[in-house]
Design a protein around this ligand. Structure first.
Ligand SMILES: Nc1ncnc2c1ncn2[C@@H]1O[C@@H]2COP(=O)(O)O[C@H]2[C@H]1O
Length: 269
């Protein structure tokens, strides 16, 4: 396979994560209307990203697992003129996510975009907050990497595969991260891993692979906290510009700071 080699050509991905939507559009998480904050984030995407090639929903789409909550998500992200791929997070109900995706490609785990392959993994475990990749998911990952040919690879999943600096969240990440990283370490094609779940921006580099998370489209968690702690910074999204030569640029953008105010005294949900 010949991949396009014009190094200046790029494609844009927008990551929308942890929307925690409810059956009712006025449903709130920690005092924030999750539908309104998602809508504000999508407004922000539309004002900043003229040419989006893929929208990635990296889990916790729904807070209550209802079919309506998934419809609300689709109603909002379909305002962006780009294909969608999404995956389950710990709050999603896999059967409803699957029925909501019927007759679509939204749950397809491989998406080839010019010189890049995007691989989506399901790290959700029924009834658990932490994540785990089953042998089937690990096999899918290996096969997708083996067949990527000359493409550069971006991997997306819900749970964090490395410690992220919050003691309480470190235990709620990907339990078999060692198995995941043992595979990615064998492929120089892997340029980035992105996830949601931690409701905060995180960036680091491991063996030349960029490790990235995105803010939630609703409530934020405080970085470097030992126990559960809410942050008052605004909802947002991550954008990634993928260049044909394997480089990418990325950043986080947030809605105006005065639009949404979480209840800072809540100690969990
Ligand atoms: N006080 C808490 N301590 C530990 N975990 C919590 C607490 N409150 C909520 N959680 C769980 O931790 C999860 C982290 O992000 P989620 O959005 O998946 O949803 C959160 C809850 O399921």
């Amino acid at each position: 396979m010949v991949v396009p080699n014009n190094s200046n050509k790029s494609t844009t991905i927008v990551q929308i994560t942890d929307s925690h939507l409810f059956q009712e559009k006025d449903g709130c998480l920690l005092g924030i209307s999750t539908y309104s904050s998602l809508r504000a984030v999508i407004d922000k995407v539309l004002s900043e990203q003229p040419d989006v090639h893929l929208v990635l929903g990296t889990g916790d789409i729904s807070q209550d697992g209802t079919a309506s909550s998934y419809r609300h998500f689709i109603e909002q992200v379909s305002r962006i003129d780009a294909p969608l791929r999404w995956m389950a997070g710990n709050h999603d109900v896999n059967s409803v996510l699957h029925s909501s995706s019927a007759a679509t490609q939204w749950l397809q785990p491989i998406y080839d975009l010019d010189a890049w392959r995007i691989i989506l993994l399901d790290s959700s475990v029924d009834g658990s907050v932490f994540g785990y990749l089953t042998p089937e998911q690990l096999q899918l990952l290996e096969q997708a990497l083996d067949t990527a040919e000359e493409r550069h690879v971006l991997i997306a999943l819900h749970h964090h595969p490395v410690p992220i600096g919050c003691a309480w969240l470190n235990n709620l990440g990907l339990r078999n991260a060692d198995e995941f990283l043992a595979i990615t370490d064998r492929y120089s094609s892997v340029k980035g891993v992105i996830w949601g779940h931690i409701h905060q921006e995180f960036e680091s580099l491991r063996n030349d692979v960029h490790l990235l998370s995105a803010p939630s489209t609703c409530v934020q968690f405080k970085p470097q906290s030992i126990d559960f702690a809410v942050d008052d910074c605004a909802p947002g999204y991550r954008w990634l510009k993928l260049f044909n030569d394997g480089r990418f640029s990325t950043g986080v953008s947030r809605v105006a700071a005065d639009l949404f105010h979480p209840d800072m005294d809540v100690t969990g949900y």
